[in-house]
Unconditional design. Sequence first.
Length: 270
Amino acid sequence: MTETRARTAGPDPALPLDGRLPAAPLTASHGTAECDPERFVRVVGRTVGRNLRREFRSIVVEPVRALVRRGLSGVLLAVFVSAAVLLLHAVDQTRTGATLVRLTSHVRGDIPLPLVLLRTPLSLFVPARDLPALPGIPVLFTCFALAQLVLGRTRTLVVAYAASFAGTLGARVMLAVGPRWWGLPPEAAQVIDAGASAAVVGLFAHIAALKRAPVLFVCAVVPTVIRSVEKPNLAGREHLVAITVAAALGLLAGRERGRTRVPHVEPSAV
């Protein structure tokens, strides 16, 4: 009896003739939720604020805590490097001292590479020739202090040496290329290398890349990049090479640290 009524009842008048269900109409609230500019601004603001807090914690809070915990030993490398730069600057002011500094720490593009390898460690403490030494000491001290607190003493020296030596090798390649493209003219071989400034900007770039700190990179590295592009001399090219190599090492180190980090496992509920 029920089946007979179902056959004779005919199609449901609420359904269309083709039997398809009508599509649900789009409400105004649904369309505006996806394109709400206020919501977009809030999301972007929360993301930026979260990243800034993370960077402030990793670049300021954690190094300060390490400094309080370790005391003067946490920045001993910065004290030593600053004192060495000031000492070399004072010795370089005399005739005999200038000769001694030139023979032991000056690196140029026209000297043999084995001699460059011997002079490069001491060249890290040579102040830039075109900049006064005393105003650069606070930046030098801050850079090496932050690097020692974040990276450790040994890794700070390795990154500083790698950045400086990479800039030196890059300059020699540019001298071999010549003045075309991104090369350097032959007279640039007589110019003394960047010295401590390449190590400083390289350390800042390494820390910024390792800690994913864009504010530190913009404040401490981007001005050097702009000056190097505006004034394409030997020191500027060395700075660009040092920044590239140090930042690449920081990104690789951060990636390896992320792989070896032990994941946190929540305890199962009993």
